[in-house]
Write a protein that binds this ligand. Structure first.
Ligand SMILES: NC(=O)c1ccc[n+]([C@@H]2O[C@H](COP(=O)([O-])OP(=O)(O)OC[C@H]3O[C@@H](n4cnc5c(N)ncnc54)[C@H](O)[C@@H]3O)[C@@H](O)[C@H]2O)c1
Length: 344
């Protein structure tokens, strides 16, 4: 088992890679009661592995990432006798960790939480870094807080039951890490999915901790997303709108957003034609660019709705090469122009 430590002003989070369910059991000597939040799919598959604590099950799917569910969970926790010393453990993918993190930060003005990340996407991204949130009014993650979990447990073992489309979704975020911080990850993905000659049998075993380390390093520099952490939003400007418009899994929508960011980066003269082609080819070979069945103008409309309240300029993540990204402020109208040109 490997331990990766994330240390920021608000606290320390220990991320354990490997160790399976025993790793959770050994970390639950808590002064107060422990409560588990999970979703219906994860509960059906793994409830026998859960430690013996009250389990609050929410319906699987993005719909549960809502204010209504946050408030329902808070009321149920109060009814079950949770108090300031309780620990909330979210067991599931990014939906569960985003929701659990928000509930933990609001219940009695804040209690401790921890995650067992059971999707690839949550292991490499959503469960790490302390950002939580819910959707409202059709806008992704419009409300949330920063709250570091006490610990996070990741293990590729949990991925054995993950449907292929959800595994692929996690790979969308892995491509992102290859583009923003570690060219080697991109090259290994190319070997695996483009040339089909990967010698790595234990791909997840090696790539998940690498992604976790990239994310922890960025979060340690910029916990509250004032600057460098925005690099992690590569592909998310269009991606969030694509996710909301199509219901595609998060990482697949982000992959479309990455292809869009690469295209715009090429138009701006930041990225070469060849590199943009390589990125698109990899995403296609990974089945991460399924055709989008949405009316023209819908995605640009959603991006506008998403961003207009916040600011006139958007911090857009451009690619300057494979493994190198930069953040630049771009007026919202300019981004809308690019989206419309693409037919979005
Ligand atoms: N907070 C952050 O920093 C951050 C970063 C990236 C994404 N996110 C959020 O994460 C969410 C996406 O995360 P996700 O892709 O994990 O989605 P998810 O949590 O909805 O899980 C996807 C599906 O997989 C199922 N599942 C989970 N674990 C399983 C397992 N081991 N076996 C079988 N099925 C399993 C779930 O029930 C669900 O149906 C989005 O809401 C996104 O906004 C947050």
């Amino acid at each position: 088992m490997e331990k990766i430590r994330l240390r920021v002003e608000s606290g320390i989070c220990e991320i354990y890679f490997g160790g399976g369910w025993e790793s959770l059991l050994s970390r639950l000597c808590y002064p107060g009661n422990t409560f588990i939040i999970t979703d219906s799919n994860v509960n059906s598959l793994y409830k026998d592995k859960f430690p013996d604590f009250p389990v609050l099950v929410v319906e699987a799917g993005e719909k549960s990432k809502s204010f209504q569910m946050t408030s329902e969970l808070i009321v149920r926790l109060a009814g079950l006798g949770a108090d300031r010393n309780s620990l909330l453990v979210g067991i599931g993918g990014g939906m569960v960790s985003d929701l659990t993190g928000l509930v933990a930060s609001l219940f009695m003005r804040g209690i401790d939480c921890a995650f067992v990340s059971t999707t690839l996407l949550a292991q490499v991204d959503a469960g790490i870094g302390g950002k939580n949130g819910v959707n409202a009014g059709g806008i992704k993650n419009i409300a949330g807080t920063f709250r570091q979990p006490e610990f996070v447990i990741c293990d590729p073992l949990f991925l054995s039951t993950l449907p292929l489309n959800e595994y692929r979704s996690g790979l969308g975020e892995v491509v992102k890490y290859g583009l923003i911080g570690n060219r080697d990850i991109f090259l290994r993905l190319e070997e695996r999915y483009v040339s089909g000659s990967s010698p790595e049998n234990d791909f997840c075993e090696s790539v998940i901790p690498e992604c976790i380390k990239i994310k922890t390093a960025i979060v340690e520099m910029d916990e509250k997303e004032g600057g460098k952490r925005r690099l992690l939003n590569l592909g998310h400007t269009a991606g969030h709108a694509i996710e909301a418009a199509t219901g595609l899994p998060h990482g697949v929508a982000v992959a479309h957003g990455i292809a869009f960011a690469a295209l715009v980066s090429e138009e701006m003269g930041y990225l070469s034609y060849d590199e943009r082609e390589r990125i698109e080819k990899l995403l296609e070979q990974m089945d991460l660019l399924p055709p989008l069945d949405v009316a023209e103008g819908k995605i640009s409309g959603l991006v506008f709705l998403d961003k207009k309240r916040a600011m006139k300029d958007i911090s857009f993540v451009f690619l300057k090469g494979i493994g190198e990204a930069v953040i630049e402020k771009v007026p919202l109208e300019v981004i809308n122009g690019w989206l419309k040109k693409k037919g979005y």
